[in-house]
Design a protein around this ligand. Structure first.
Ligand SMILES: [Zn+2]
Ligand SMILES: [Zn+2]
Length: 292
């Protein structure tokens, strides 16, 4: 038996393919993918800016339904449950995993399912990557659990105190998700559309700059070290999410406290995935989601 998948064949070319159905191994769950977002990573693979080898079935922002639960799955998982997937292998054995920083896992791309493959009719993943959501969360919104978890991780890196003012620089999907979280947490936010220098310029005494974005090719920052010194400015990056971040993101989606509907700009059926990838390049759109 084969399943349908969306493959990036080469830069600029997307094809629908059939590929063999994966077997269900002990500890794994089979999930029917209902929706998968096209994130910056997929856009870069599609444009050729990032080469992870072609052809590739990408996709890591997944909402779906449990189809089958493998033997030795001990959690409360049942067929029919709506889920969001944290498609990132964490080995649980390396230095970073053991310290709880599973987002920095040294083996995260070496696991059985790597981190992509979500643009597919179904996936088989370790149960620990499956997070149950209530029926009230539609699949297209469930795809936002992953970026939302990344934003929660980012905010934790900022070490915010209650009511600290925050400027969000950059107002794409991730900027908007940060804004939604920050207002939910009661912070006054100042959205800005310009670049990193502006963020640095805005920092007051004791301020923290968290650079969220991955910039693709390496970029350099010029920084007045005296300002850093005299103002005790902190500068940090943020990488991915831990399971705790994901759990929290799913909790927020489940509670329905954040209205994120405006962030899914368009949905396309898998048969029109080529159009979806073209639309995803449009800077005026937020997330473009492929449905199965
Ligand atoms: Zn993403
Ligand atoms: Zn690890």
């Amino acid at each position: 038996m084969t399943i349908l998948a969306v493959s990036i064949e080469e830069p600029g070319r997307v094809a629908l393919i059939q590929r063999p159905r994966k077997e269900l191994w002990p500890g794994a769950v089979r999930v029917r993918v209902q929706a998968c977002g096209i994130c910056t990573l997929e856009k870069r693979i599609y444009s050729g800016a990032l080469n992870l080898g072609y052809p590739l079935v990408a996709g890591h922002e997944v909402g779906g339904v449990i189809e089958e639960v493998g033997p030795m799955v001990l959690g409360d998982f049942r067929p029919g449950q709506r889920v969001a997937l944290d498609l990132l292998t964490r080995c649980g054995q390396c230095h970073w995993c053991r310290r709880g920083h599973t987002n920095r896992c040294e083996n995260r791309f070496k696991g059985r399912n790597g981190m992509l493959g979500g643009l597919s009719q179904e996936v088989v993943v370790p149960a620990r990557e499956v997070f149950v959501l209530p029926e009230t969360v539609p699949p297209a919104l469930a795809t936002l659990a992953e970026p939302l978890a990344d934003c929660l991780h980012c905010l934790a890196r900022a070490g915010l105190n209650h009511q600290d003012p925050v400027a969000v620089v950059g107002l794409g999907v991730m900027g908007q998700l940060h804004m939604a979280l920050l207002s939910h947490l009661g912070h006054v936010t100042a959205p800005q559309t310009q670049a990193l220098d502006l963020g640095l310029g805005l920092l007051g005494k004791g301020g923290t700059l968290v650079t969220y974005s991955s910039y693709g090719p390496s970029e350099r920052l010029s920084l007045d070290l005296n300002r850093l010194h005299y103002n005790e400015i902190s500068l940090t990056g943020t990488e991915g999410r831990t399971e705790l971040d994901f759990e929290r993101a799913v909790g927020l989606l489940a509670a329905g406290t954040l209205d994120l509907r405006a962030l899914v700009s368009r949905t396309y059926p898998a048969q029109e995935a080529a159009l979806a990838f073209v639309a995803a390049q449009d800077p005026d759109l937020y997330r473009v989601v492929v449905t199965f």
